[in-house]
Write a protein that binds this ligand. Structure first.
Ligand SMILES: Cc1cc2nc3c(=O)[nH]c(=O)nc-3n(C[C@H](O)[C@H](O)[C@H](O)COP(=O)(O)OP(=O)(O)OC[C@H]3O[C@@H](n4cnc5c(N)ncnc54)[C@H](O)[C@@H]3O)c2cc1C
Length: 472
């Protein structure tokens, strides 16, 4: 257990108000968003500057104290929750949240790690630009957390995941060394590009303290549509047609099945469904355009009209106001909260090539129906990116004792077998954290795991950064 001398020295670095040690003050920092993991910590430190982070990291190195970095704590894999030993310091980055620079010429914004994602979107908008990362937790997740999980969200189809939005990083290493790589350079072929090691590392290799991020011209037109289908194949046919005709104007293409829509409508107050009936499958499509001279609405209307005529789709609704657009998206963005309220979901974050999506859904559905007929399979996700979330809902009362855990392991196995058979990966955007550690070896293979261990040993030889996450 860390000594009093450690606690006092940490308090001196961040000030008494920002070193929390009382159990009731730690409560919000030691369990995860889904309430599936409960840990303990010796304290929570809330540094307000990079130099305070460096001083804390040096102090932790001196006293051998493990460090668990934490942003908005909205992660879905238990990656920001400390273990039960009570020895770790939780490093909450939320006070390190300044915008350091907006540089129109370089097309970038430099922000500190604790800046909330929504604030960055708003800031870009105030300058007439667009920061495309968008996800359901954007009002509370932090950019440092988005970078550390290589977050995806709803605009990956056009702009890529977090990795593609980062130009430079500022990172503090386990021993307190500062790596200032906040360059806005778009081209730089000077050996290894080390910033990529920290993107998606889930806090196991260093503390992200700031980032230079790409911003894009703000779209002047935005259209959203909801489209109904009988089969996943039809969604793919439409997606390919839209991609061909609209190119980069296609921002999002989100799939949702009937059971998932009904779960949202049952457990959430706000969202409403814009069609007369809930179809077996629906797509939410968003397109944007930066020019005024191109009629985006006309193009989308024409494409959906043709798809209706060809029998590819069964129904389509085009939002006719901002309020209608927000209403369509509120169904999608309410999914995680609704599922949390609905009961126990065995969730997956699968990446499968687009060409394999329909086979994937069908084979998983068949196997889960055979072995877990009492459950309900919800499907939602970013089909345009080849990333679907299969959530098999179980009634915990039907699985007493260890049975629920065993059922979850078996369901994971079924989904993973189908994923890997199609050349996919077990996580596309949520990461590994604690939840998916045991499954990693199937997805990565031993050679990659061995190389990852060597990288970890080089950057964190004492294994003090977010211990027990990603790999043991
Ligand atoms: C309603 C809802 C919807 C969601 N939708 C999506 C979605 O569409 N796409 C998606 O990708 N995710 C989604 N998520 C998951 C989550 O929001 C993302 O993983 C997000 O990027 C986590 O950010 P955070 O600040 O909350 O990080 P946290 O949960 O606090 O931490 C996540 C990981 O990053 C590490 N970390 C945090 N900050 C730092 C730092 N500064 N330096 C080093 N390591 C750090 C932590 O140790 C941990 O390993 C959703 C979550 C919710 C609750």
């Amino acid at each position: 257990m860390p000594s009093n001398a450690f606690i006092e020295a940490a308090r001196a670095i961040v000030g008494p108000a920002n070193l929390l040690t009382e159990a009731e003050d730690l409560q919000g920092f030691v369990n995860d968003w889904r309430d599936r993991y409960q840990g303990l910590a010796c304290a929570v430190a809330r540094p307000a500057s990079t130099s305070e982070v460096m001083a804390l990291m040096r102090l932790c190195a001196e006293h051998g104290v493990p460090v668990v970095p934490q942003g908005g704590n909205t992660g879905l894999c238990g990656a920001a929750t400390p273990d039960a030993s009570g020895t770790a310091l939780v490093l909450w980055l939320g006070r390190l949240n300044r915008v350091r620079e907006f540089n129109e010429v370089d097309g970038c914004i430099v922000v500190e790690a604790g800046a909330v994602l929504q604030r960055i979107q708003e800031l870009a908008r105030e300058h007439g630009y667009f920061f495309p990362m968008s996800l359901g937790a954007e009002g509370s997740c932090q950019i440092g957390g988005n970078i550390s999980t290589n977050a995806g969200g709803t605009a990956v189809l056009r702009y890529g995941p977090m990795r593609d939005l980062v130009l430079g990083l500022e990172v503090v290493l386990a021993d307190g060394t500062l790596c200032n790589w906040l360059t806005p350079l778009r081209k730089n072929t000077t050996g290894y590009d080390l910033k990529h090691l920290f993107i998606g590392a889930e806090g196991t290799l260093g503390i992200v303290t700031a980032a230079s991020l790409k911003v894009f011209p703000a779209p002047r037109q935005r259209e959203s549509a909801m489209v109904a289908f009988q089969e996943v194949e039809s969604a793919l046919t439409l997606l390919i047609g839209l991609r061909k005709q609209l190119g980069d104007r296609l921002l999002s293409c989100e799939l949702i099945n009937r059971a998932q829509v009904q779960t949202v409508l049952t457990h959430m107050q706000g969202p409403t469904w814009p069609m007369a009936a809930v179809p077996p499958w629906a797509l939410i499509i968003e397109v944007t355009e930066t020019l005024d001279s191109y009629s985006l609405r006309e193009a989308l209307e024409q494409l959906l009209g043709q798809a209706l005529e060809d029998g590819v789709i069964e129904d389509a609704v085009l939002a006719s106001s901002n309020a209608q657009q927000e209403a369509m998206w509120s169904v999608r963005h309410s999914v995680s909260e609704a599922n949390k309220r609905a009961g126990y979901g065995v969730t997956h974050d699968t990446a499968v090539p687009l060409s394999g999506q329909a086979v994937f859904v069908r084979s998983v559905e068949k196997r889960l129906a055979e072995e877990f007929a009492d459950g309900q399979m919800l499907v939602v996700g970013h089909i345009g990116d080849g990333n679907l979330h299969v959530i098999h809902m179980l009634d915990p009362a039907a699985y007493p004792g260890d049975a629920l855990k065993q059922a979850a392991v078996r369901i994971n196995r079924i989904v993973d077998e189908e994923t890997l058979a199609l050349g996919g990966a077990i996580s596309a955007e949520h990461g590994i954290g604690q939840s998916n550690k045991a499954r990693l070896v199937h997805s990565k293979g031993q050679t990659q795991i061995d190389l990852m261990r060597r990288v970890k040993a080089a950057l964190d030889p004492e294994g003090r950064l977010n211990p027990g996450k990603v790999m043991d």
